[in-house]
Design a protein around this ligand. Structure first.
Ligand code: PPS
Length: 307
């Protein structure tokens, strides 16, 4: 395990240890009507986050849990290293990269970090510190088709003890559809972020389009953040961020949790879990809440979520 990633693995290990002695109903708490895992988040940290001072050159990745945020984090960190002419993969991770995860003092420590600071978040826009929008910080918004998100979330809940586990997929599906999972409803997440989609400081990308054409995706992301890339650098970032490379390297980057964070890395695994009835239920909710929005159309639901 590389020492440089200790901030990641130590926090997860602590969360797993805390979760192992908690009763199921103690494992989540509600903040502004949304559930979060007690094992790695706290009301005190949320309070401290409100006054977090963003910098205009911060690099922010927003994505609901299980939409591929570790993948895009790798890409963005490599792009930042290239922009600073540093060797890829050698940077030391000073803080756990998800903004809302960690202790309340984290934001004080982040004041001392050099620019550009990278941070990921699973939060909805209305729950992000207002300085992010005031400073027009660039945000890469990552979305993934909701059926694969739910599938990945189910396996993750049973693979890592920071979240309540489930005896059956059906139980998880019920909770996923009724806002009873960590970070709340994915459908509400999509409709809230849709309100921001036309802002110049926001770029949306789907997991599926990146999977289909990683070189084009990385090129567009680099252009959005104003990072010039040679063809060679582009190929390197693409190669280092492939699922195979990241899974192979995961012992170094994610320690013993590697296999949980890098599970299958594909599209359509939902077909192994969803019943006919569950398909109909999700299709209906998506149609009612998200399908007509710009972000909803970008997800190409008919391509990726119809049997
Ligand atoms: S987390 O726990 O919320 O931070 O998870 P997150 O990283 O957002 O999402 C995990 C899923 O992303 C897949 N993954 C990848 N897919 C393609 N390429 C690469 N490089 C990659 N890295 C991670 C990971 O396998 C999870 O999806 P599933 O479907 O469970 O495999």
């Amino acid at each position: 395990m590389e020492n440089s990633r200790k901030a990641f693995t130590d926090l997860i290990a602590k969360g797993v240890a805390a979760g192992s002695v908690m009763k199921r109903d103690e494992m989540m708490f509600s903040h502004k009507g949304i559930l979060y895992p007690t094992t790695i988040c706290s009301p005190e940290a949320f309070k401290a986050l409100e006054s977090f001072e963003a910098r205009s050159d911060d690099v922010i990745l927003a994505g609901y849990p299980k939409s591929g945020t570790n993948w895009l984090s790798q890409i963005l960190n490599d792009l930042i290293a290239i922009s600073q002419k540093k060797t890829l993969g050698k940077e030391k991770l000073e803080e756990f990269p998800y903004l809302e995860v960690g202790d309340p003092e984290k934001y004080e420590r982040m004041l001392k970090l050099p620019s550009p600071r990278f941070m990921a978040t699973h939060l909805r826009p209305e729950n992000l510190p207002t300085s992010i929008f005031r400073k027009k910080v660039k945000i890469l918004l990552l979305v993934r088709n909701p059926k694969d998100v739910a599938t990945s979330f189910f396996h993750f809940s049973n693979g890592l003890g920071i979240l309540p586990s489930y005896d059956t997929w059906d139980d998880f599906f019920t909770d996923f559809m009724s806002k009873k999972v960590a970070w709340g409803s994915y459908f509400e997440y999509l409709s809230e972020w849709n309100k921001y989609i036309d802002k110049e400081n926001i770029m949306a990308i789907t997991y599926e389009e990146l999977k289909e054409n990683p070189a084009l995706g990385v090129k567009n992301i680099a252009a959005f953040f104003g990072i010039p890339l040679t063809e060679e650098e582009l190929q390197l970032v693409v190669e280092r961020s492939s699922f195979q490379s990241m899974k192979k390297n995961s012992e170094k980057t994610h320690g013993s949790f590697g296999n949980v964070f890098f599970r299958k890395g594909g599209v359509s695994d939902w077909k192994n879990l969803f019943s006919e009835e569950q398909n109909e239920k999700m299709d209906k909710v998506f149609e009612e809440q998200v399908a007509g929005t710009k972000l909803g159309k970008k997800l190409k639901y008919d391509v990726y979520c119809k049997a």
